[in-house]
Design a binder for this molecule. Structure first.
Ligand code: CLF
Ligand code: SF4
Length: 494
């Protein structure tokens, strides 16, 4: 078995020696007491790979190892989206939730150092609201300038609705901001008018079709200018059933043609409790199956991101986890010294880990190619990161889902589930929620599971297995599939 990694163990280790880091890794992750692209080096030019290889949103592989943090330095916005309530964060890049703590650029820079000292996975600093990162450009730029002085290796990333974008593209390029997200929901202004009630542009409020037309022209202009500067652009589109769902294939083709690096189709989150226009009008969001159907339909167009977690404008940590509450302003010391050692050592260890995992994945691919071609299967994984099956079933708040067939193992998406285990005790109603979240998967691979939930899931036709605990995800999923294929062959012979 390959070496066990626990990113938690590294992150919480106070030590900065390589040997101690390895020892911390080998302690393993799960307590046994209770419970962007799917890219790779070689698939793209080296200079592009260098930009995305540690970016958790732009590289599916990187999201197993690296973390982003957002600082909420951009409170103002110049448009209104029907899925947004300004009491909450910018819904173009984040899930409506608790209001972010607004930060000055100076406070934000202090927070980044505090996080970098505690979260060695940190590789990207993003500004994603709570309003628009570009409308409030001076604050966003100032934040990056301050952070750059202390952490020159961190990657900067911004998310914008695009209206104010064209004028700041030169500045973005000068500040080494390699990653920009534009939310682009419609090419057709009639459709856009159903999403944006108004925009504020050139000192005037515009509404209806005119507003949508200006916005989309500015978005496309911004995209083309960024691409011309060699900046990697991700397009976010919010999938709104009955409004733009049939239109997003066209959007995908249009942004691909203009050089977008990645397209992230996100489901509308619509809840009357959030007080958004769509929430209050009863506009529904897409079902998971509808989202997957659309994503599959656009496969072959612009590269798709399938691992977005719609995180908050003050999120901290690996995608899918949010440690923001550990770093609120009241918890930050007035002055903080940056200690680069922990991040440096973490990266060293991750490089070895990634190389090892890639070798294991290649071997799995070769093995799968020899299996009898059969239908695609879905396997859910409980993981805390590091590309391994290293989480107890009861501690999983989400499961990563992989597709497997004779062609190989591919990341397919994630399914959110409430923690089953609360204070060491399983709760039946929570287990029902997990079962619903896992419906349709063919197997679940976990680090550990109790007999009771295992039997309950088995009764629902969902086998949960812990025989690949702490192994790499791809090789384990491949081994599971090959074993299934072997059983199928045996049955066919009998
Ligand atoms: Fe933040 Fe966005 Fe940069 Fe990532 S998030 S600004 S590109 S660093 Fe990532 Fe979060 Fe999805 Fe955004 S998972 S909501 S895509
Ligand atoms: Fe809200 Fe963001 Fe839209 Fe502005 S761009 S209205 S902050 S979702």
């Amino acid at each position: 078995m390959s070496q066990v990694i626990s990113l938690d163990a590294i992150a919480t280790s106070g030590s900065t020696s390589a040997a101690d880091m390895r020892a911390a890794m080998e302690k393993g992750g799960c307590s046994t007491s209770s419970c962007g692209t799917s890219d790779a080096q070689g698939d793209m030019p080296d200079h592009i790979w260098a930009k995305i290889k540690d970016h958790p949103c732009y590289s599916e592989e990187a999201h197993h190892y690296f973390a982003r943090m957002h600082v909420a330095v951009a409170p103002a916005c110049n448009i209104q989206c029907n899925y947004c309530n300004r009491k909450y964060d910018c819904a173009n890049e984040s899930r409506p939730g608790v209001v972010s703590e607004r930060l000055s650029p100076e406070d934000a820079a202090r927070k980044v150092i505090a996080v970098a000292n505690e979260v060695p996975q940190l590789s990207v600093l993003g500004v994603a609201g709570p309003g628009d990162a570009v409308y409030d450009w001076r604050k966003t730029r100032k934040t990056f300038e301050l952070v750059e002085k202390t952490l020159p290796d961190i990657k900067f990333c911004i998310s914008t609705n695009g209206l104010a974008l064209p004028e700041v593209v030169d500045d973005i390029a000068q500040h080494n901001i390699d990653h920009v997200t534009i939310t682009f929901n419609a090419l057709d202004p009639e459709i856009g008018a159903m999403i944006y009630p108004w925009i504020f542009y050139k000192g005037k409020r515009w509404t209806g079709r005119d507003a949508a037309q200006i916005l989309l022209e500015r978005q496309l202009d911004g995209l083309e200018r960024l691409v011309a500067k060699g900046i990697l652009v991700k397009i976010n589109s919010v999938m709104i059933p009955g409004i733009n769902d049939q239109h997003l294939q066209e959007v995908n083709a249009a942004v691909k043609e203009r050089g977008a690096f990645l397209h992230n189709i996100m489901p509308l989150i619509s809840d009357p409790a959030h007080g958004t226009a769509f929430g209050l009008s009863g506009q529904r969001g897409p079902k998971a199956a509808e989202l997957k159907e659309l994503q599959d339909a656009v496969a072959g167009g612009a590269n798709l991101m399938r691992h977005c977690r719609q995180c908050r404008a003050d999120a901290v940590g690996l995608l899918g986890e949010d440690r923001g509450q550990e770093f609120t302003l009241d918890k930050l010391p007035e002055t903080i010294e940056y200690d680069p050692e922990k991040r440096r050592l973490y990266r060293e260890v991750v490089e070895q880990e990634r190389a090892d995992r890639r070798r294991a994945t290649e071997a799995t691919k070769a093995e799968l190619a020899t299996t009898v071609a059969a239908e695609k299967k879905l396997v859910a994984i409980a993981t805390k990161g590091g590309g391994r099956i290293n989480q107890h079933f009861g501690h999983a708040t989400e499961f990563q889902v992989f597709e497997v067939d004779a062609m190989g193992v591919r990341f397919s998406g994630h399914r959110r589930a409430d923690n089953y285990c609360v204070g060491g005790y399983g709760e039946d109603d929570r287990l029902e929620i997990v079962i619903e979240a896992l419906r349709g998967v063919d197997a679940v691979l976990v680090a550990k599971i109790g007999d009771c939930p295992r039997d309950r899931l088995a009764a629902e036709g969902i086998p949960v297995l812990d025989e690949w605990a702490f192994d790499y995800i791809e090789s384990s999923v491949g081994a599971w599939y090959a074993a299934q294929a072997g059983q199928r062959e045996e049955k066919a012979r009998a």
